[in-house]
Design a binder for this molecule. Sequence first.
Ligand code: UDP
Ligand code: MG
Length: 325
Amino acid sequence: MLPKYSFIVPIYNEEETIYEMYRRISQVMNQMDGPVELCLINDGSRDRSLYIMRELHQKDPRVVYLSLARNFGHQIAVTAGLNFVRGQVVVILDADLQDPPELIPEMVNLWQQGYQIIYAQRTKRRQEGWFKRFTAYAFYRLLKNLADVDIPTDTGDFCLLDRQVVDVLNSMPERNRYIRGLRSWVGFNQTAIRFERDPRFAGDVKYTFHKSFALAINGLVSFSKVPLRLSTYVGLLAAIVALFMCLLVLYWRIFLPHSPLTGITIILIAFFFLGAVQLISIGILGEYIGRIYEEVKQRPLYTLSEVTGFEQQKSGVRSRESEVN
Ligand code: UDP
Ligand code: MG
């Protein structure tokens, strides 16, 4: 029998959290009104995570798993899960129990009322450092102002998706998967539930500063063209400033011929200012061109080394292309 509910959990070096995550999620699974699959995605873990996943699958056939051939990153791991799960209702949550699985019944309730996307919005982050809280706060507000679509603030990937939405997401060809952005972009009947984000159950944060920064840039560049326009604006501003300085120099030459501020100072300032503006603009341009390059390469999004428990799909490792087309 095909599952009605699919829970997707990406896993990267989570040996300390998996058992507890399974314990809490399986309590929720037992309450559901139809068959459930728990789809774990091993994102190239270097610890015992994959062995634990195999063990859980042996004990409980509702646990199915994919193993990516290396660490592809959280967003890609979730994408792989979305490609494979079979449920009518799909829930994405983190392995570290920061997204409490006990909220799922409430989300399903809203689904039954006709909502197709229910995303969880955090009202509080318990025990996360001020730096993370501040940067996240600032970033979500910046994104909201710059993005072409309305991406709700303070929402992560914890959400419930209807099958119709999952099919649309799977058919989107882009390689830059900023899931919370794509989820807003697709439309449909969306609503939020609010929750307080718990601290990580165990282990270290797997999203290093570098990965979070890359994710943030990805979100901005994938959903906004404002940064490109920025260089035009700064260019205009620089032109006005330059004109003003011309007038200033003219004034000095005529009325204050002995001014200590010589032409060379002004030239140096202008030189550095314009140089900086140009370098930043090239950098911004590069972000977009780099993405065009990624898209045209048409590489598969991920490679799989193991696919277990998806009975209907035993034919082996499928490429993402055959999944999409
Ligand atoms: N994760 C992943 N691949 C990565 C980094 C993280 O699959 O390269 C998973 C991780 O195992 C966890 C989730 O993504 O289930 C969120 O990671 P984490 O809790 O470290 O980040 P947070 O969002 O809490 O800062
Ligand atoms: Mg976490």
